[in-house]
Design a protein around this ligand. Structure first.
Ligand code: FES
Ligand code: FE
Length: 384
């Protein structure tokens, strides 16, 4: 197959107003200390909105998924009315894990494998062996512990806090901060897109190294040849995150966001003219990265498992007709899959050195990475 050679001239980019001094990163032990990780689990992942599952993965009533959110395991299911519900995955009898699989489907109730207490799909305790002979058990008091749930962009976001923070301010606010408004991301109609491919990466690195990597493009010229081929301005090292509403322009010769710059699929309906042939990226703290290109959307969800291990689930979403027709999505999947592998290799190469005495006081952020300093300040404030 032949493709048009891509332009090597990066498009003009406004000069960012950058401070000239260097600032330091977090000290190395922030990436290796299980005590700090435990505080992050409590104050960040168990306190803020956490993107748990794609709503479409729960196809009908009784379908469920279990996910690790901080130190808790959460079960998300669809009730008889078709609404999503989330509960702590803990039986109220003697505390057994209720659903032991990552995914499954039940007919009417979630039944504990220990003594067979059964809960309906709204979490109410509806049956227990010999319950009639146990009048002191108040069924209504022993339903499953409910977890707050919101749906946005076709994903179920959960929050374990007793009083969840504003979803609009903390989750949707990230899109506003980056793109100017939520309409810019909602125009991709992610909730109506179909899953073309999902890859799960088990990364031996602290979750913050992965966020930091995603936020900067200082590394792009070194490790992302395919990405900088399609998005030449990334070779300059300035992440698009600097500019509100700025989308990185495709190279002149690139027909689509694919591994070789070859054509992709039709532009998603509803996109504005200025969203064509451009790549936008949004980071929703603490664990979601969204990449928007004209014919598909890529969503990363991170699941921090320990201080030095993070599972990243990456979804490639396309127009339903593309997936239903069995179209070959491999060239667009391959582009960001390579980017993921290149990024996660870099994070894994960094993780062991976090324990080195050379990194005791941390490293430095060059000016084009200074916005990572704001992320460090945010994490430090959350766990203070
Ligand atoms: Fe679940 Fe006993 S622990 S029924
Ligand atoms: Fe990268």
């Amino acid at each position: 197959m032949t493709t048009t050679p891509l332009s090597t001239t990066p498009p003009p980019l406004p000069a960012p107003a950058l401070p000239s001094s260097l600032i330091t990163t977090l000290p190395g032990h922030h990436y290796t200390d299980p005590g700090i990780f435990a505080r992050e689990q409590e104050r960040i992942f168990e306190s803020l909105w956490f993107c748990a599952v794609r709503s479409g993965d729960l196809s009908g009533p009784g379908a469920y998924r279990t996910v690790q959110v901080g130190r808790e395991n959460v079960v998300i299911t669809r009730n008889r009315s078709g609404e999503l519900r989330a509960f702590l995955n803990v039986c109220r009898h003697r505390g057994a894990r209720l659903c032991t699989e990552e995914a499954g489907e039940v007919r009417r109730t979630l039944r504990c494998p220990y003594h067979a207490w059964s809960y309906d799909l709204d979490g109410a305790l509806v049956a227990a062996p010999n319950l009639a002979k146990m009048p002191d058990i108040d069924r209504t008091a022993y339903g499953l512990r409910t977890v707050a749930l919101r749906e946005w962009l076709g994903y179920a976001w959960v929050c374990l806090a007793d009083e969840p923070p504003s979803f609009e301010a903390t989750v949707m606010g990230a899109a506003v901060e980056r793109l100017g408004d939520t309409a810019a991301v909602e125009r991709y109609r992610t909730e109506g897109l179909a899953l073309g491919k999902r890859v799960s990466y088990d990364v031996k690195a602290n979750w913050k190294l992965i966020v930091e990597n995603f936020m900067e493009c200082y590394h792009c010229a070194t490790i992302h040849p395919e990405l900088t081929y399609v998005l030449p301005e990334f070779a300059r090292g300035y992440a698009a995150q600097y500019y509100v509403g700025h989308g990185a322009a495709f190279a002149e010769g690139a027909q689509g966001f694919t591994v070789d710059g070859g054509a992709g699929f039709d532009r998603l309906p509803g996109l504005a003219e200025d969203q064509d042939r451009r790549y936008y990226a949004v980071t929703v703290k603490p664990q979601v990265f969204i990449n928007l290109v004209p014919d598909h959307v890529i969503v990363h969800r991170m699941f921090p498992m320990s201080h030095d291990r993070t599972v990243v689930e990456c979804d490639w979403l396309y127009a339903p007709e593309v997936v239903e027709a069995g179209a070959d999505v491999s060239r667009s999947v391959e582009l960001f899959h390579r980017v993921n592998v290149q990024d996660f290799d870099a994070c894994e190469r960094t993780q062991p050195a976090m324990d080195s005495r050379a990194y005791r006081a941390g490293g430095v952020l060059v000016p084009s990475e200074h916005h990572i300093g704001a992320f460090h300040a945010w994490v430090t404030e959350q766990i203070a």
